[in-house]
Ligand binder design. Structure first.
Ligand code: 3PY
Ligand code: MG
Length: 251
């Protein structure tokens, strides 16, 4: 499954739904890729995953229909290029605060003359021979700096979308802890990001922990939504089962 599958979906005005994969497991990636998600976001920033495990997870995800992207730990060109060569359909890059960082990120994903990616798509060329040179590029908007430079970040040539990290954004903007999607101050920021996306032809993306928040964000205008993550889902399912059992059984 390739970047162009998602591009086609967005071109039709549809929404891509995915979840974070935080567990270093090809099986979890494969399992989730078969559940009906449009995309998966393998989390190398806050997940428990290192570069060696990315290949196996991308291979696991490839057997399903969900298009696998990687959130890298930082805007490190070497790491970005390794994830792309391994076959990631795109990169979500955290903590982009300045236009120069956005340019450095996007150009690491593009071959000359658009960028400075080095040629060597060892697996990418195998799984996506047509499109490996045009992976998806999402800059994360999650800092006060990003809000200050939003327009110039959005104008970065070759950028496909902005992806909001509401938790970091909330902290960075001094709005407290934990993203409160009913907070008008946060909603104002999100509307500003949506406007920038519309102006520059970018796909607006966001993370939402709860399903209802994901629905609300889709209604607001976001078209790339990552809802929850595998660790949280597993923990919640376990808690629900344990509670049901303990409530029913007294000893
Ligand atoms: C944030 O909300 O800060 C994120 O990075 C989402 O994972
Ligand atoms: Mg974040």
């Amino acid at each position: 499954m390739t970047a162009n599958v998602l591009r086609a979906l967005w071109h039709e005005g549809k929404t891509a739904l995915g979840t974070f994969v935080t567990t270093p497991s090809a099986w979890i990636a494969e399992l989730l890729a078969h559940q009906g998600y449009d995309t998966l976001l393998i989390d190398k920033q806050h997940g428990l995953i290192d570069l060696q495990q990315i290949l196996a997870m991308l291979r696991g995800a490839s057997s399903g229909r969900a298009v696998p992207l990687v959130r890298v730990a930082w805007a490190d060109p070497a790491e970005i290029m390794q994830c792309l060569d391994a076959g990631a359909a795109g990169i979500v890059c955290p903590m982009i605060s300045h236009p120069e960082e956005a340019t450095r990120f996007v150009q690491a994903c593009r071959y000359p003359p658009q960028g400075y990616r080095s040629l060597g798509p060892i697996r990418a060329g195998l799984v996506d021979p047509e499109g490996y040179g045009q992976p998806l590029t999402f800059a994360m908007i999650e800092t006060a700096g990003a809000m200050e430079h939003l327009d110039r970040i959005a104008a970065t040539p070759g950028l496909d979308g902005l992806f909001v990290g509401p938790w970091d954004l909330t902290i960075s903007m001094g709005l407290g802890q934990g993203a409160d999607f009913s907070d008008e101050k946060l909603l104002d920021l999100l509307r500003g990001i949506l406007n920038a996306c519309q102006q520059y032809g970018l796909v607006p993306g966001i993370f939402a922990a709860r399903v209802q928040d994901a629905i609300d964000m889709q209604q607001l205008g976001f078209r790339y939504i990552i809802q929850s993550d595998d660790s949280k889902m597993l923990g919640q399912a376990a808690k629900t089962g344990i509670k049901a059992f303990r409530d029913a059984v007294s000893t």
